[in-house]
Design a protein around this ligand. Sequence first.
Ligand SMILES: [Fe+2]
Ligand SMILES: [Fe+2]
Length: 458
Amino acid sequence: MSEISQEIAQRMATLLSGSIKGVGFYPSGHPAILNPLQEIVTIVETALRAHPEVRLGVVDGVLFVEKQLFFAPSTSIEELATRLQEKEITGIILSPGINVSGLARFVTLLGKNQLKAEQINTEISSQGITGLSIITAMDEDQEEIQQEEACLRTRHEALETVEQIFREVELGRIPGSDRISTVVREMASLAVKDSAALLALSMIKDYDNYTFNHSVNVGVISMTIASHMDLGREEIETVGMAGFLHDVGKVRIEKSILNKPGKLTTIEYEEMKKHTESGIEIIVKMKGINPKVAQAVLGHHIGYNRKGYPEWAREMPFTSMSEIVAAADCYDAITTVRVYQKSYNPREAIAHLQTIAGSYLNGDIVDKFKEMMGPYPVGTVVRLDNNEIAIVYRPNLQVSEAPKVKIVMDAAGKRLAIPLRRKLVDEKGNTYARIVAVVDPLVKNIDIAGCLNMSSAR
Ligand SMILES: [Fe+2]
Ligand SMILES: [Fe+2]
């Protein structure tokens, strides 16, 4: 089943808001409260056939139901957002076991003015309400840390799997696809659930294991772009797999050409260009890989303007799958330092992608990529007006100029042992600090990947 639509999300939020209001007017058990709740339960039960849980809540002051965000809410949705914020509830998780009577008791708790998240949480367990839990503002950091750890584990598994595939191809074997398919599925779930946490992982660069690391990054970035473009699950998994395998054909390129520090000669370049064709030769032999993956791999250097390679494939009908992988490929390549290349910071990299949008890259995809990254992309090192140095780790959906950051140096320039998570502007509009400049991480000797994944690095 596809994701919850905007219409269904709106209906759910409106019904919930109405029921909470109704608590003040009707006795418990009144149809005016129970009927809307029954409708919510039916919606949730339908959604639970395809999803392990259904979440709604408030992020940066904006109400969401699963992936649907209400930037211009109706009065009743705005009331729901306000009510949840007053209660210091950032999310409600609905899961199997949800029923009308439990939901009615929960709504009664939400309707009581004096109760805050902590007491509501206690009541949920003491009243034995099932299929429902809440996330409080205090849990938010913890929740983020757990997500980051899940992403890091999956990325590690992806790296090992990709390396294994490349090694097997090198030995002349045909690799299996079970392990990599599992990784792709897990990562696609993370891309849908928390693309910012996943995207942060693409800041991990490994110069010694460039090919494997680059392949994983291209998969990760491709999946987050696809998720941001609201593509379906199959497409997200296809671009992920294509990203992981896009350069597998390089296994067949001579190492002296592959690792040459500097410009390739014309003959060497012709040799290098063969990696797309070699790639699909390998991929089509791997059982269980969607044919769309091979097509995306074949087209990842063809270019939006069809001036790339392989020349014979220029007239072929490629889909946006190749174009997403191409954008992710460029982004990761230029943000990685190599012997012959200075790296761009994330902001510069996006600006560079814009210079080739409409020619080598699909402009719409670059626009979506830019929108997803915001004015301060994840991994950007910034100086705040209180003189602290911080790394952007999550965008702010409502105030793009004020992303979430991890403070890595205090105002006196002292490095913090554990980075501090801060919202530059919180839900109530309180400002912690403003960004005054983008800083070169090399000048400050900051290990961005290490800081972004500090929770697991300890
Ligand atoms: Fe390539
Ligand atoms: Fe590549």
